[in-house]
Design a protein around this ligand. Structure first.
Ligand SMILES: CC(C)(COP(=O)(O)OP(=O)(O)OC[C@H]1O[C@@H](n2cnc3c(N)ncnc32)[C@H](O)[C@@H]1OP(=O)(O)O)[C@@H](O)C(=O)NCCC(=O)NCCS
Length: 176
């Protein structure tokens, strides 16, 4: 597996780190959330089990597994999860990886999503594998739209979302 993102990524309010067995219950609760199911889906990179190899996840049908990570508070509690997976949808180019963030409902709207994305983009800059970071934005999803605009992503097209049945906007940011 290509190491895309050197972990941990540290920031004042959170750490992006490897998932451990102790995170299972928190991640199960995260994926059970209605908005996460709608916008992120259940067959996402997040559902790779701790310690499970990408091959095993692939065998279970979770093919989009590159680098699941936990977003943890300084206390250690799981605030959310992040994935990077190869993007091969409309407008894809070699070195495109899609970033997906899902936060617990009670910590949304506190700039954690913005800060995680900025910290992860910084950590990816200069790395060997990722040329462009891709973000998919569901129609009318204001927090995600604000995020891509604030970080100067450019819209490159649209892509059907299998989970929501809607057409997502596809945004790209050159980082290398
Ligand atoms: C999408 C998500 C990651 C954003 O993280 P967040 O920490 O909640 O968002 P932030 O507090 O950093 O806000 C980002 C921007 O959206 C705006 N925003 C936040 N919540 C909003 C809301 N309910 N309505 C309108 N705008 C909103 C903020 O003002 C901010 O805009 P600005 O940068 O112009 O000031 C988070 O809400 C989430 O996990 N949602 C559920 C799962 C999901 O939909 N993931 C998206 C798939 S990538």
């Amino acid at each position: 597996m290509i190491t895309l993102l050197p972990l941990p990524v540290e920031a004042k309010e959170f750490t992006v780190r490897e998932v451990t067995g102790a995170d299972c219950a928190a991640l199960d609760a995260l994926y059970a959330d209605e908005e996460v199911r709608k916008y992120v889906g259940t067959s996402s990179a997040f559902t790779r089990r701790p310690g499970e190899s990408p091959d095993a996840a692939f065998q279970r049908g979770h093919v989009d597994t590159m680098r699941p990570a936990a977003i943890a508070a300084p206390t250690g509690s799981v605030l959310g999860a992040l994935s990077l997976r190869r993007y091969d949808g409309n407008g894809a180019e070699p070195g495109d990886f899609e970033i997906t963030i899902a936060l617990r409902k009670d910590v949304r709207g506190r700039r954690i999503g913005s800060d995680v994305r900025s910290a992860v983009l910084d950590a990816l800059r200069g790395g060997p594998a990722v040329r462009r970071v891709i973000a998919r934005v569901a129609p009318g999803h204001k927090p995600s739209l604000h995020l891509v605009q604030a970080l100067h992503f450019t819209k490159i097209g649209e892509q059907p979302n299998l989970h929501s049945g809607q057409l997502d906007g596809v945004f790209a940011l050159d980082i290398n």
